[in-house]
Ligand binder design. Structure first.
Ligand SMILES: Cc1ncc(COP(=O)(O)O)c(C=O)c1O
Length: 345
């Protein structure tokens, strides 16, 4: 079996059509805003998400960073979930580069946050305190195993944040996984937020890139921050071209990844020693554990799977697998067979 890489949807490689689109794309200097392909992607993204404007950036991390810096000042604070990607995996970038601190409140099991925690986190107008300016949410939620905040939860949390005069950012790295799961247009989810970042390079299969959307003034400010960060990218159409194709052809097929994830979770739940609730799987991320009795195996599982040409992610007895464009049903069957063999022996 060729490599079965279940570590993340970031490992997808561009399709032949994407590579062809790069070769045939019309290019210009995007620092002059002259790249027709980048402009087309940005118009398309803004339209799709129901916002005035959009900006292509290098990565999800850069999109979140720029979105926060463009809406806060030195000494401000952003409320984030304690299991959010922004808080855990973005190197404290807003604090390093903008002097904007992150204040974590507990993420619930589905990636949501409690209204009471939100209200308590907002600081009073007091010179001893930072100014709380923003709430950032994540949907779907990576560390919550790809769980999706539904529209009722979004309405509840974001209306409370608005009452607290907070601006709202969405880390929508996997926004389209959420919209496909909820069976709503992505613009419906985006409508609760002032700014949204979504990634082209995860489930949508592009090699590079993310997009920020928001109102015109905000995107103008984002463009300035992108320049400050050294990411004025000139002929960036070579990144935008596969992005356009991805928005046209890669969103609907995410259903397939979600079905494969359910298939994997169901299969795992039938294997002795694996702890997982298959009903909890909503999108393309699956987390599972091994039971006490198999704790010795948990130390060697990744290694044994590697020997069978399968890559997965783990942190102690917490395993994460992610389905994506380059994972077929056959790959899933091979993974399930391999893991049951390892646990049996
Ligand atoms: C939820 C979430 N946000 C942001 C990012 C950052 O994206 P990038 O790796 O493109 O910087 C990731 C990456 O996996 C993510 O899972």
């Amino acid at each position: 079996m060729s490599l079965v890489d279940l570590r993340s949807d970031t490992v997808t490689r561009p399709t032949k059509e994407m590579l062809d689109s790069i070769i045939s794309s019309k290019l210009g200097d995007d620092v002059y805003q002259d790249d027709p392909t980048a402009n087309k992607l940005q118009e398309k993204a803004a339209e799709l998400l129901g916002k005035e404007d959009a900006l292509i950036v290098t990565s999800g991390t850069q999109g979140n960073l720029i979105s926060i810096l463009a809406q806060t000042n030195r000494g401000d604070e952003v409320i984030v979930g304690d299991k959010s990607h922004i808080y855990n995996y973005e190197a404290g970038s807003t604090m390093i580069l903008g002097g904007t601190s992150l204040f974590p409140i507990p993420n619930n099991i589905n990636g949501s946050v409690d209204i009471c925690d939100l209200m308590n986190a907002k600081k009073p107008d007091d010179f001893h305190k930072p100014k709380t300016k923003m709430l950032a949410l994540e949907n779907s939620h990576n560390m919550a195993g790809g769980k999706v905040l539904n529209l009722t939860e979004l309405e509840l949390i974001t209306s409370q944040a608005k009452d607290l005069s907070l601006s709202l950012h969405l880390d929508g790295a996997r926004l389209f996984n959420a919209s496909v799961y909820l069976d709503v247009e992505a613009k419906k989810i985006a409508s609760y937020f002032d700014s949204v970042t979504f990634c082209l390079s995860k489930g949508l299969c592009c090699p590079i890139g993310s997009v920020i959307v928001g109102d015109r003034e905000f995107i103008k400010e984002c463009r300035r921050w992108r320049k400050i960060l050294g990411s004025g990218m000139r002929q960036v159409g070579i990144i935008a071209a596969p992005g356009i194709l991805a928005l046209d052809t890669m969103v609907d097929r995410l259903v397939e990844d979600h079905l494969n994830a359910r298939f994997l979770a169901q299969g795992l739940s039938n294997i002795n020693g694996v702890e997982i609730d298959p009903e909890s799987i909503q999108t393309n991320i699956i987390r599972f554990k091994l039971s006490e009795k198999y704790s010795k195996k948990s130390k060697i599982l990744v290694y044994e799977l590697n020997k069978k040409n399968i890559l997965i992610n783990s942190s102690k007895n917490d395993f994460r697998i992610v389905t994506h464009h380059d994972i077929s049903k056959k790959n899933c069957e091979y993974f399930l067979l391999s893991i049951s063999e390892i646990l049996e022996n």
